[in-house]
Ligand binder design. Structure first.
Ligand code: C5P
Length: 219
């Protein structure tokens, strides 16, 4: 049976601005938001904390299945501890991207992600929101931006948060992560056939949000 709760999916490469844009669109519509990358990052953090072998797909999937997480308005708790800043670190993002091709891990996170679909609506951001998790989404966006623009944004974000950052290292990292996300066999980073591709390289966040709201108003 078709789910009547509307969903807008926003997929795209790392640092394309998906997170900020998804939050603003959700805020404007009064909807909930799913940051699916956070679930992969939380799994990576938990793998690091528990000393699990990242190369053991079953053990990693078990970590994802038993993740004790709670999202709240300003952050996220892992086993009761606030970890929002930790999961944003490059080390955690990189490990998340190395774990993400594991089909058992992706299967373990599937229902957890679908459970975010609650009235009055959901904006879901990630890599496979439109292709796998919410194939019946009412509007699918594939948000792209030039890799240098993305590295510059990520660099500024990290520095603003008090972390050290180097643009050339970030650029190399981002190219590697994009390639891994695009080339993987399971749920690769690709626009859904019915997705609208939005290039935010030369758009402000407000303009990007507005272009998505315009598309939504025409659905
Ligand atoms: O979006 P974010 O950078 O937080 O995601 C971290 C990593 O998790 C990505 O590099 C990607 O490999 C993985 N991911 C994924 N599918 C999603 C969201 C994130 O594979 N839906």
């Amino acid at each position: 049976m078709k789910n009547s709760v509307p969903v807008i999916t926003i997929d795209g490469p790392t640092a394309s601005g998906k997170g900020t844009v998804a939050h603003r669109v959700a805020q404007t519509l009064g909807w909930g938001v799913l940051d699916s990358g956070a679930l992969y990052r939380l799994t990576a953090l938990s793998v690091l904390q528990k000393g699990i072998d990242p190369a053991d797909p079953r053990a990693v999937a078990q970590v994802a299945e038993s993740l004790d997480v709670a999202f709240h308005s300003t952050g996220v708790l892992l086993e009761g501890c606030e970890v929002s800043a930790f999961i944003r670190q490059e080390e955690v993002g990189n490990l998340a991207s190395r774990l993400a091709p594991n089909p058992a891990l992706r299967a373990a996170l599937l229902e957890r992600q679908r459970a975010f679909r609650q009235a009055p609506g959901l904006v879901a951001d990630g890599r496979d929101m439109g292709t796998i998790v919410f194939q019946d989404a009412n509007l699918k966006i594939f948000l792209v931006a030039d890799v240098r623009a993305r590295a510059q944004r990520r660099c500024k974000q990290l520095i603003d948060k008090g972390f050290s950052a180097n643009l050339e290292d970030l650029l190399a990292d981002m190219r590697e992560r994009d390639a891994r996300d695009i080339k993987r066999a399971v749920a690769p980073l690709l626009p859904a056939q019915d997705a609208h591709v939005v290039d935010s390289s030369t758009l402000t966040i407000e303009q990007t949000v507005q272009s998505i709201l315009d598309l939504w108003s025409r659905v």
